[in-house]
Design a protein around this ligand. Structure first.
Ligand SMILES: Nc1ncnc2c1ncn2[C@@H]1O[C@H](COP(=O)(O)OP(=O)(O)OP(=O)(O)O)[C@@H](O)[C@H]1O
Length: 266
């Protein structure tokens, strides 16, 4: 929910146009002497899906952690929904984060709790809604991922794809404007990959949710991507539609797409 009293945090830099949900401008980040991001610039428009591609250890997770404000850049700007999230802290940062959902690898459900309890726990921590309102939100979110029947099941009783969808339902429960997905389809068979990827597209189309997904999975990328960003050696070396990026004549890109071709055409 937009806060009408909120003064945008800009650091006196010109904000991106209204239709841009996320913009990174020349972001640099090092850990000790290891430079991970060496001038990342990218923009994701509202209601679209950006996909970050690249080899292992190239900085994809570090990049997305800047978007949720979990990491601060050494240099550069990170704009999220009209504010410089890199300059925010305390309550304003917490309020901004409530508009961002972050779906970690693995979904991270508590094994000792049912699906319903997992979701209630999340709502109890983050909201002061009544019990009835919370129950309604749980029901609605389970409907959103087409799994209302799993409410009283434990994570161990669910398939890998179902667990990912419950993780997504839990992220959706706070009605975020943006969702970041870290490898949303890892370890799934191609049928489940399609189900999860189709769901991400459905959320874009029906709710206008903006998303950024990190994935190694070309099948998922083909379904999800509006705009792809390929990261290598701390920089975005190609961006555009998946086909545009795939056609780039760059040895790293050629190797990446060759290496994943078999899965991508599954
Ligand atoms: N908090 C941290 N402290 C020190 N080094 C870090 C930290 N976070 C990430 N790194 C380093 O930054 C580099 C990029 O890590 P990152 O997790 O972003 O890679 P990735 O592209 O997401 O990899 P993968 O596809 O294997 O998950 C790695 O060398 C990692 O060791």
């Amino acid at each position: 929910m937009e806060d009408p009293e909120h003064e945008p945090v800009t650091g006196n830099a010109p904000p991106p146009p209204e239709n841009v949900a996320i913009e990174m401008r020349n972001v640099h980040k090092a850990f000790g002497t290891k430079e991970v991001l060496k001038g990342i610039s990218l923009a994701v428009e509202r209601g679209t899906s950006g996909v970050v591609l690249g080899g292992s250890g190239t900085g994809k997770s570090v990049l997305t952690k800047h978007i949720v404000g979990l990491l601060k850049p050494d240099r550069g700007e990170v704009w999220v929904l009209g504010d410089r999230i890199d300059l925010m802290s305390g309550d304003p940062l917490d309020r901004k984060r409530l508009r961002l959902g972050y779906l970690f690898q693995g979904g991270a459900l508590f094994d000792s709790m049912t699906v319903y309890e997992n979701m209630r726990f999340f709502l109890d921590r983050h909201t002061k809604l009544s019990k009835g309102e919370k129950n309604d939100l749980v029901e609605e979110s389970l409907e959103d991922v087409n799994l209302p029947q799993t409410k009283h099941q434990y994570p161990a009783e669910l398939s890998g794809g179902q667990k990912k969808r419950i993780g997504l339902a839990r992220t959706l429960i706070l009605r975020p404007d943006i969702i970041l997905y870290d490898e949303p389809t890892t370890g799934l068979d191609p049928v489940s990959v399609r189900v999860v990827a189709d769901l991400i597209v459905k959320l874009r189309d029906t709710r206008g949710i903006t998303s950024v997904a990190i994935t190694h999975d070309l099948l998922a990328a083909e379904i999800i991507t509006d705009r792809a960003f390929f990261i290598y050696d701390g920089k975005i070396i190609a961006s555009g539609s998946l086909n545009e990026v795939r056609k780039e004549k760059h040895p790293v890109l050629e190797e990446f797409f060759q290496g994943t071709e078999a899965y991508g055409s599954a």
